[in-house]
Design a protein around this ligand. Structure first.
Ligand code: NAP
Length: 252
């Protein structure tokens, strides 16, 4: 049976790890040709090796505009225009307000927001009509969480951007939506440089705060991305769909 994305072309930033990799796999398993982008050439190569045909990996740091230009040129050369864009690349580092210096501020803002902004801007000439653009958002953008002001503000900017672009681009047949993702088991936190003890404490806190009492699996988020990528979501525009184990519920 043909997959729901048969004949479509998808680009996933951060498609070499965690949620992005699971989503690239899901799109590919459903028939799409997939372009993945990331910084680490080894994990890019490994992802291509695992998925097989109709996958292109492009090394690109989305905080550099020249890399995004290169990414779009390679994607177009390989597979033509895009039907699906998952803007997923991102980094996290927990820190209190006093701990954030200018370098940390710029690094996170450039990866999480500047990268997201210019990825959609530079993909625009390639996007088919119709097309689906999905941004990787976070429950952080919608709740108050200690020691995450910088990340939370980054993701808040992404959520606001989605609302503005959903309105701006729908006339061109481009649907823009966000997934408000809750705590998910990936390498995101362990890459932050925190000690094993802090990482362990963060996971315990994330799980106990979650109504579902566990972390999400990247594959569970990928299923939501598949819905937003497919024609099944043709009337869904500018939405924040939660994949969060109930994190955003007001439980009394
Ligand atoms: N895990 C969670 O609990 C959670 C919750 C809400 C939202 N999110 C969001 O989900 C997204 C994916 O994170 P993840 O949890 O799957 O973590 P992950 O496994 O660490 O994946 C992060 C991905 O982003 C890529 N990336 C980071 N900075 C980049 C840059 N400047 N240029 C290009 N690629 C870059 C990484 O590529 P390289 O490996 O090549 O550096 C990697 O593929 C992030 O936007 C994150 O904020 C995660």
């Amino acid at each position: 049976m043909a997959g729901v994305l048969e004949g479509k072309v998808a680009l996933v930033t951060g498609g070499n790890s965690g949620i992005g990799l699971a989503t690239a796999r899901e799109f590919h398993a459903n028939g799409a040709k997939v372009v993945i982008a990331g910084r680490n050439q080894d994990t890019l190569d490994e992802a291509v090796h695992q998925m097989g045909a109709n996958v292109l990996a492009v090394q690109a740091d989305v905080s550099r505009l020249s890399d995004i230009d290169h990414l779009m040129a390679r994607a177009h050369e390989a597979f033509g225009n895009l039907d699906i864009l998952f803007i997923n690349a991102g980094v996290f580092k927990g820190a209190s307000l006093e701990e954030v210096d200018e370098q940390a501020f710029d690094e996170m803002l450039h990866a999480n927001f500047k990268g997201a902004y210019f990825t959609i801007q530079k993909a625009l000439p390639l996007l088919n009509h119709p097309a689906s653009v999905i941004f990787n958002g976070s429950v952080n953008a919608l709740t108050g969480i200690n020691d995450s002001s910088l990340y939370t503000a980054n993701k808040g900017a992404v959520h606001a951007l989605v609302r503005a672009l959903a309105a701006e681009l729908i006339d061109r047949g481009i649907r823009v939506n966000t997934i408000a993702i809750g705590p998910t088991a990936t390498n995101l936190l362990s890459r932050s440089g925190s000690s094993p003890e802090i990482l362990q404490a963060q996971d315990v806190a994330r799980i106990s705060r979650s109504p579902i009492k566990r972390l999400g699996h990247p594959e569970e988020v990928a299923k939501v991305a598949l819905f937003l990528a497919s024609d099944a979501s043709s009337f869904v525009v500018g939405s924040e769909i939660a994949a969060d184990g109930g994190w955003l519920l007001n439980i009394v």
